[in-house]
Design a protein around this ligand. Sequence first.
Ligand SMILES: NC(=O)c1ccc[n+]([C@@H]2O[C@H](COP(=O)([O-])OP(=O)(O)OC[C@H]3O[C@@H](n4cnc5c(N)ncnc54)[C@H](OP(=O)(O)O)[C@@H]3O)[C@@H](O)[C@H]2O)c1
Length: 326
Amino acid sequence: MSSPYGWGLIGPGRFAREFADELRRAGRAKCVSVASRNIEKSSSFANEFGFTRAYGSYEEIVTDNEVDIIYVVVPHVFHRKIAEMALNAGKAVLCEKPLTTSFADSKALIELARERGLFLMEAMKTGFLPAIKQAKKWIDSGEIGDPKILKADFCFSGPSDPEDRLMNASLGGGALLDVGVYPVFLAQHLFGDIESAQAEGTLTHTGVEDSCVISTRHRSGGIGALSCSFRSNDEAMDATILGTEGSIEIPVFHKANRAILKRNGTPVETYQADQSGMVYAEIESVMDALDHNLIECPGHTHSDTLNLAKTIDQIRSAILQQGEIP
Ligand SMILES: NC(=O)c1ccc[n+]([C@@H]2O[C@H](COP(=O)([O-])OP(=O)(O)OC[C@H]3O[C@@H](n4cnc5c(N)ncnc54)[C@H](OP(=O)(O)O)[C@@H]3O)[C@@H](O)[C@H]2O)c1
């Protein structure tokens, strides 16, 4: 086993709890420190999840000598500034999705990491999941013939409090940046580069998009039919890939642990992953990349992040321009 890595977490909020729970199970990850703007909050999080130290500011944690990698899990609008601070302090960075709120900001952040020769990765967990890897293997080996259509949704019932980060434009709100990135990522990951994308969306009274439908055309010849919403009474989070000789179903694709290969609508193979969790494989891949002194992760490269950001920018600006604030 290679040497352990010290992890520091910035932003002990909602998702941080799920991540920390899996981080402490990753054998060679050392849960070193947590930073919040409130020391009581970081202390209680550190106690609960087994971190050694707590800080009451984000500035302090990046100077912690035992921390090798900083995990940034705050609202999207703050990703760039905090990741820059960590990189400038010489730390590797795993930053939650989307890396930043725009292609231009993501490009600038990646350039900084490359200039400094430091690891930087957008925490897009989905591509690391064994069930998604299996689906990709089936597609790439021709099990479904020519892949034609990829359908993927990420719709759920979300908050209506205008101050919530999903509703609040100044916190980078909107369905696209929060959950729309997943279906667009899946389409890019399984069907390859996106050649063009079209979208329709509806806006909330706070001026962010709450629901979007997106179509994508890929250089490989496949097309995508995607949606995202935080105003859906029912949950829709599955993906289906239709090919000329078969199809693949991926229930709850963003954190999938199962993929089903079908021919003529009948299951012929079911892949069931173990119960290791939804970010465990991503965490291990980060440490594998660090073992090899890489500054990007082969499983989700800088150009994967930038390609995704370019499509999201394009869709988002089209929706915000055409949409009417009710
Ligand atoms: N990979 C996944 O599956 C997944 C799932 C959910 C979310 N995410 C991503 O994780 C990030 C955080 O999401 P979340 O739902 O965990 O967020 P959240 O609970 O709303 O906020 C996380 C933390 O951000 C900090 N923060 C800093 N400045 C803030 C401000 N001005 N307003 C509010 N909070 C502020 C707060 O920490 P302190 O007050 O302690 O400083 C807060 O606890 C987002 O970028 C999201 O896209 C990823």
